[in-house]
Design a protein around this ligand. Structure first.
Ligand SMILES: [Fe+2]
Ligand SMILES: [Fe+2]
Length: 162
């Protein structure tokens, strides 16, 4: 009887799995290039998305459904900082749009608890979009200096550890 909600929750879960993979991939590449602040942001966001996977999975199991542990997309091989931030922004805005829609569909199906999960996640994804947007603005405004600051953070922590 909750088939519709279970399908929506599994769709959300697949997108969250993708976000975990994509942001961890961005984390590795930022770290590799010495951009520590962005590496940290991607890692923290990946962990937040992992908690979203968990929330969806718990709700699916509660409703008696099966958790489909599959990412909705392959990881995009993007290695430049602007490309990474733009991709992340695009993913967050799509999640906001989808989860708003799914919340309404859960409401139509008289499933208030699933609706609430989608609504709460909309707030989280808006926060992520805001954080990535701020980084993009800094990149536009400060350009090379922004990248230099990223690298300086590593120099500072290396010096601190010496
Ligand atoms: Fe998420
Ligand atoms: Fe997000």
């Amino acid at each position: 009887m909750h088939e519709k909600s279970i399908a929506l929750l599994n769709k959300g879960l697949a997108d969250e799995m993708w976000a975990v993979h994509q942001y961890l991939y961005f984390h590795f590449h930022c770290d590799d290039q010495g951009y520590d602040l962005l590496a940290e942001l991607f890692k923290n966001t990946a962990m937040a998305e992992m908690r979203h996977v968990e929330e969806f999975a718990e709700r699916i199991l509660f409703l008696g459904g099966k958790v489909k542990m599959k990412a909705s997309h392959e990881v995009a091989d993007i290695h430049d900082v602007r490309g990474m931030l733009e991709k992340a922004m695009e993913m967050e805005l799509a999640a906001v749009k989808d989860y708003n829609k799914y919340a309404n569909q859960c409401s139509t199906n008289a499933d208030a608890a699933s609706k609430k999960i989608f609504e709460e996640l909309v707030g989280d994804e808006e926060g992520h979009a805001d954080a990535f947007g701020t980084q993009l603005e800094h990149l536009d405004k400060f350009g090379e200096q922004f990248m230099a600051l990223q690298s300086m953070e590593r120099s500072r922590s290396l010096a601190g550890g010496a």
